[in-house]
Design a protein around this ligand. Structure first.
Ligand code: ADP
Ligand code: MG
Length: 253
């Protein structure tokens, strides 16, 4: 049974999608079988893998409301070991519909219950909010990875996120673990970055990934080509750092 891991942070633009796509692809390169689930109505993970959002026959939205069989919605990709459960803007309406349903928080858990057997890991790319889609992700998951930029307000947001994770864990999903905080877009020459990192390490000593992701142009270009960074530039710092983070993830889980 594959482990389900959510990449979550209610803040937008912190590197959730970049980390979900590139951790998933790196784990695939390391020989694992991966399902990447796009849970953001913006569908950035979907386009990052070169899949057109407009021409989807089925998406994760159909799966959440029981509108298709799980294997109908899964797309095989050209990347090693990597399958995709895509999303597009229809997911926004689905999130709204879910709220009215019974067991609104556990639809994703149910949808993935048999699908997960086909994979070593199911990676969930969450939207930038703590709404019903993120709640569904946390309820379905074995663990959470929190991508974080070392900025002034980051720690405040983190405290709020940790509180929410604690509440969901008590109420719905006792096995939910915090796998780690992954520092993204890191710049070791900025005092603010190093200060925030030091604070993070002080408050959450065992939780911060040793692998840090620096700002790297290849990482921001790759989605434009519809490929994970490994398939855009194997020698880039971004490729190496996400491979390192993927290996650390295998040790942490
Ligand atoms: N390490 C990085 N180096 C350079 N650009 C990055 C890096 N990580 C993310 N980005 C860019 O920052 C923006 C926001 O990242 P994204 O992964 O979409 O965040 P989120 O999913 O949290 O909203 C995107 O344009 C992405 O390409
Ligand atoms: Mg995103």
């Amino acid at each position: 049974m594959g482990k389900i891991i959510a990449l979550a942070n209610q803040k937008g633009g912190v590197g959730k999608t970049t980390s979900a796509v590139n951790l998933a692809a790196s784990l695939g390169v390391l020989g694992k079988k991966i399902l990447l689930v796009d849970l953001d109505p913006q569908g950035s993970a979907t386009s990052s893998l070169g899949v057109s959002k407009k021409s989807l026959r089925f998406s994760v939205a159909d799966l959440l409301i029981g509108g298709c069989r799980p294997d109908n919605a899964v797309i095989r990709t050209e990347f090693e070991g990597l399958d995709l459960l895509p999303a597009n803007i229809t997911l926004a309406a689905t999130e709204f519909d879910l709220i009215e349903k019974e067991d609104a928080e556990s639809h994703l858990r149910r949808a993935l219950s048999t699908l997960r057997d086909d994979y070593d890991f199911v990676i969930l790319d969450c939207p930038p909010s703590l709404g019903m889609l993120t709640v569904n992700a946390m309820v379905a998951s074995d663990g959470v990875i929190i991508p974080m930029q070392c900025e002034f307000f980051a720690l405040e947001g983190l405290v709020q996120l940790m509180t929410t994770i604690g509440q969901l864990k008590r109420r719905y999903n006792p096995r939910l673990a915090i796998i780690g905080i992954l520092v993204t877009m890191y710049n070791g020459r900025l005092a603010l970055s190093t200060d925030v990192l030091a604070e993070l390490q002080k408050h959450y000593p065992d939780r911060v990934f040793k692998a840090k992701i620096a700002r790297n142009a290849r990482l921001s270009e790759a989605p434009g080509f519809g490929v994970p960074v490994y398939y855009h530039d194997k020698g880039s710092a971004g490729t190496k750092e996400y491979l390192r983070a993927a290996k650390e993830l295998l040790e942490r889980i």
